[in-house]
Design a protein around this ligand. Structure first.
Ligand code: SF4
Length: 359
């Protein structure tokens, strides 16, 4: 029997695909760096194409037929599985009046999401507390982006992305700032500019601020938020994200609760990374707790981005991810949580996690 496309997505997220001769995606960044966006069978996946383990993947992308331009198929061990398309953003080719290329300001993520890192620097970057899976400042080093995106520039790019490429929602993330708001105030300022210019639903991601009332600043400009626990295993967190383990787990819980009160059920999410050394129970039990709070557990396999401190690691196996996705999908179902109810951001985009596909 042919492989179900949700299983194919889980396999591609973990194993990657060889894309020799094609554009391999961008090299670094805070989000889905070192990957390519694949559209196949109604699914969208952000697939590793540059990491070391990709050369051992059974999956490859190849031209369908040399006579037909621009048609590609995913193959497994050389055998054709399904046609694949790659989203192409016309707005990427434009520049602002001051000559800044739009694609240094924001990028198309997934099929229809405009995404950017508002502040591309992180207070932990040059310290031992930096998250080992992160690549936020690498794209600055290779000049692929700019350190601080101006609200008016983002608004301009968003208008073009909506008009030219039918973008329907926006993801804003940030490096953590040295200020107590952890970057929230700047997220609010940029979100306001984009909202006024386009009316698009907006997602903002940040670390829990010390004073949780600071989250309220996003109320009128942002539709959904992401507050990312990364791992429920505190020992693992201590090893891979030392800055995050300094925040008590209860503070995360309080931040999620306050955010659900502000933004609503299913409008709050948390990244949960599988493959950092935790066990399945930690992810499944943690996701249960999130679901009880009305928070979407956005479970992703570890993405060892070249240049990050975990670049030599291997993602978890597709079998393990399938097991976790099936278990958590059941929990979501029982709790009435679904990506379909979410208005903006990673949960709506769903390229980086196959959990929505298993729902
Ligand atoms: S899921 Fe989030 S990080 Fe991944 S491609 Fe979509 S918007 Fe970007």
């Amino acid at each position: 029997m042919a492989m179900e496309t949700k299983n194919l997505k889980a396999e591609l997220l973990c194993l990657g695909a060889r894309v020799s001769g094609l554009d391999k995606g961008r090299k670094a960044g805070a989000g889905p760096a070192a990957g390519g966006m694949f559209l196949f069978g109604g699914r969208v996946a952000n697939v590793p194409t540059q990491s070391w383990f990709v050369s051992a993947s059974p999956y490859s992308v190849e031209a369908e037929n040399e006579n037909v331009d621009g048609r590609y198929a995913i193959k497994r061990n050389g055998e054709r599985i399904i046609e694949v398309k790659f989203p192409h953003a016309k707005f990427h080719a434009l520049k602002t009046k001051k000559g800044i290329p739009y694609n240094k300001i924001a990028l198309l993520h997934g099929a229809d999401c405009l995404a950017t890192t508002t502040i591309q620097t992180c207070v932990y970057w040059n310290t031992p507390k930096r998250c080992k899976f992160c690549a936020i400042e690498l794209s600055l080093q290779n000049d692929a982006t700019i350190a601080r995106k101006k609200p008016e520039d983002l608004a301009e790019v968003a208008i073009a992305a909506k008009k030219m490429d039918h973008v329907t929602h926006v993801t804003l993330t940030t490096g953590t700032t040295a200020t107590p708001d952890k970057g929230i105030n700047y997220l609010a300022e940029t979100a306001r500019a984009i909202k006024e210019a386009t009316g698009l639903p907006i997602h903002a991601q940040f670390e829990p601020p010390k004073e949780l009332s600071m989250i309220d600043a996003l109320y009128d400009s942002v539709d959904t938020v992401g507050i990312h626990v990364e791992s429920f295993d505190r020992e693992v967190l201590k090893e891979v994200a030392p800055c995050k383990v300094e925040i008590p787990f209860q503070h995360y819980v309080n931040a999620w609760k306050r955010s659900v009160d502000i933004f609503g059920y299913c409008q709050v999410s948390s990244y949960v990374i599988a493959g950092l050394g935790e066990n399945n129970e930690s992810i499944i039990e943690g996701s249960k707790l999130l679901a009880e709070l009305g928070v979407y557990p956005f479970i992703v396999p570890l993405r060892p981005i070249p240049g990050s401190l975990l670049e030599n690691e291997k993602p978890p196996s597709p079998d393990r991810m399938r097991y976790i996705y099936e278990a958590v999908a059941e929990i979501l179902h029982d709790g009435g949580i679904s990506w379909r109810k979410n208005k903006a951001g990673c949960v709506r985009c769903r390229a980086c996690s196959a959990l929505p596909d298993f729902e």
